[in-house]
Design a binder for this molecule. Sequence first.
Ligand code: 6PG
Length: 258
Amino acid sequence: MTPEVILFPDSHRLADYLVKTWIHLANEVIGEHGRFSSAFPGGRSPVEFYNLLSSWPDFNLWSKVHIFQTDERFVDEHHPDNNFRLIKDNLLRHIPIPMENVFPVPSHVETVGMAAEEYKNTLVRFFTLDRNHLPIIDFVLLGLGEDGHTASLFPGVDGINDPYRLTMPVSINHLKHDRISMTLSVINNARNVMFLVTGAQKAEAVREVLERGGDYPAAQVRPRQGKLTFLLDAQAAQLLEHKERYLTQAQPLSINPE
Ligand code: 6PG
């Protein structure tokens, strides 16, 4: 399936578009299914989106939204590198979302393997999964690393595509922290997957994933039935050779997110 690629003049327009699109989708899915599950990453790229989204005070919406993490660093929840702390500081503490609707990766367990196992159980419980079944998450937001990783699925890591594995521990020497990640199987089972990529330092990885057919983990994100979208600012898109194939969203989105 061919991903939709949308180019934005800057990260502000991108974040504005994503907020309105996310809220519109949340209202649509809640109208159909009564709830909306959304998995968010850490890192720098989504912060502007989280801050913008945090000014959406609609309790009625937030009471039916359920937030998960695509991945986490295996550090204490108060550690500056903890992704849940980033999501909490920039979004969760500013919105009226019931805490029972928020599912952080556990950081209080002894090993990264136990954290991954506990998070798998969180997904099994919430999505009432039978054995060998995958959750269908309504919306997954992803970043892109310069090395082509996404979530905490890094090049060279085995098992990221294991068909029935929901989460996995990741321990790589060059990483500052061990990680816990949703697997590609879970991400590719989502209804909507959106990459949010900004900055010139990502331009090479963006071209590799979108136009060079690289086998980066990010290039293996191909939802089986869901929709895949890349949201790029001009800097991240600067090395793309076929921009004529992509949409350009220069103006703020005018949809009514309600
Ligand atoms: C993390 C993220 C990771 C991130 C990319 C891009 O735990 O760091 O989940 O996958 O999305 O590394 O990071 P930036 O957004 O900071 O460039």
